[in-house]
Design a protein around this ligand. Structure first.
Ligand code: SF4
Length: 102
C-alpha cells in the first residue's frame, strides 16, 4: 500500500503508473507549509483545527479519496477524521452490497 503524507512527503507522489496520476493533487495542497502535527491531532479539538484548514483546501476531495482508497487510518485527510473515514467506507460497502443484491 502506498502511503503518503501530504504534509511531509509530496515527493513520494511521483510513483509509477497510475499512482502518480492519483497523487497529482498533492502539488496543490493547502497544508504544504504547515506543521504536519496539525493533521495528526490527539483530541477532538485538534481534529476541528485540522478540518478548518482542509475546508479551504482546493484538493480536499482528492485528498480524502486518496486516504480512503489506501486505507489510511491515521490523521485528518480531506477534512475527514479517522472515524469519519471508517463510516464512509462502511457506508460505501453497504451501498455496494445492496446494489449487487438488487
Ligand atoms: S485536504 Fe487537508 S490534509 Fe489534505 S491536502 Fe488539503 S489541507 Fe492537506
Amino acid at each position: 500500500m502506498l502511503q503518503i503524507n501530504p504534509v511531509y512527503e509530496p515527493q513520494v507522489c511521483q510513483g509509477p503508473g497510475s499512482e502518480s496520476l492519483a497523487t497529482e493533487w498533492v502539488a496543490f495542497r493547502r497544508c504544504a507549509d504547515m506543521d504536519p502535527n496539525v493533521f495528526f491531532p490527539n483530541d477532538g479539538a485538534g481534529v476541528i483545527v485540522a478540518q478548518k484548514v482542509c475546508a479551504l483546501c482546493p484538493v480536499a476531495d482528492a485528498c480524502r479519496e486518496y486516504a480512503l482508497a489506501n486505507n489510511i487510518t491515521h490523521g485528518v485527510w480531506g477534512g475527514t477524521s479517522e472515524r469519519q473515514r471508517r463510516r464512509i467506507l462502511r457506508d460505501r460497502r453497504r451501498a455496494s452490497k445492496a446494489a449487487r443484491a438488487a
